[in-house]
Design a protein around this ligand. Structure first.
Ligand code: ZN
Length: 288
């Protein structure tokens, strides 16, 4: 009897363990799997992290998405991307590399002139965690200096290269008045031999209301973009810039986000507040 009962206990324990393991696998499953299981990738309670000043997602109650393009401006793809955005009356946010803004000023000017939002993706696309404070500061700030020379305005949104960050990264970004922008849907659209059809499939299958789509300013993405925009338009999505997405957050998150720019939630987000260091360094204001 005691032998039987201990075997039974073991069976129950094993069964419980299997159930827990299955649940664990489910939780860490890929977004596509989670969606098939009906688990929304965007949690309405986790849109904005005030401590790290990080936007994680837009308002999932609104059928809108932010198109974000990292790593440019690139000669091989930017004009095609801009043409497509114009065709679909879509505004996007470009996380630019400072060095490439300097190399391709005409592309930056056209992007700005067509009403898109420019954001910071560091000066040289360096990995930020683990840098000395001064190098970290320069990596972020020098891209802003380049943009300032073009426009007389500062950048206010940052995406760390590779979305790699640590607490020092987020603290420095916040201190400089940035909101760090994460994403909800990546399409692995960078690197060699990217098939535009895969970019289309991955992007569309991972898009949800309030989504921030991580795309790159590269040729495969430029080829994929018309079908992505056509499909999302048919599905009723609006395309917003990241700043518009911040403005559309629920009241609490919106107030928290705007407080990072030193703005009250009643005020429209305008220029960056005056307390921030004006970081145009000597001898750098020539040449563009
Ligand atoms: Zn990047």
């Amino acid at each position: 009897m005691s032998h039987f009962s201990s075997r039974k206990t073991l069976k129950i324990l094993l069964g419980g363990f299997c159930l827990l393991a299955a649940f664990g696998v489910l939780l860490v499953a890929k977004p596509g799997v989670r969606r098939r299981l009906g688990i929304s990738p965007i949690q309405p309670t986790n849109l904005f992290d005030l401590k790290g000043a990080m936007l994680k997602a837009g308002n999932p109650a609104l059928k809108e998405v932010a198109l974000t393009f990292d790593d440019g401006p690139h000669r091989e793809s930017r004009e095609q991307i801009l043409n497509t955005l114009k065709q679909f009356h879509a505004k996007a946010t470009f996380f630019e590399v400072g060095m490439r803004m300097e190399q391709n000023p005409d592309l930056l000017r056209r992007t700005i002139a067509e009403g898109h939002e420019i954001a910071n993706h560091t000066m040289f696309h360096i990995t930020l965690p683990g840098l000395k404070p001064d190098t970290l500061h320069k990596g972020i700030n020098e891209a802003d200096i380049v943009y300032y020379r073009f426009t007389g305005k500062h950048l206010r949104l940052l995406r760390p290269p590779g979305m790699r960050f640590d607490s020092a990264t987020l603290e420095e970004a916040k201190r400089l008045g940035y909101i760090t922008v994460s994403y909800t849907a990546a399409s692995a659209d960078y690197g060699d031999h990217v098939d535009p059809n895969n970019v289309i499939e991955r992007t569309l299958s991972r898009t949800a209301p309030g989504g921030i789509l991580l795309l790159h300013d590269y040729p495969a993405t430029a080829k994929a973009l018309p079908e992505i925009l056509e499909t999302l338009t048919k599905q009723g999505y609006q395309f917003v810039t990241v700043e518009e997405m911040l403005q559309h957050l629920p009241p609490k998150e919106r107030a928290e986000a705007l407080s990072c720019w030193n703005l009250s939630s009643e005020a429209p987000a305008g220029d960056r507040p005056a307390f921030l260091p004006l970081a145009v360094s000597e001898g750098k204001a020539k040449g563009l």
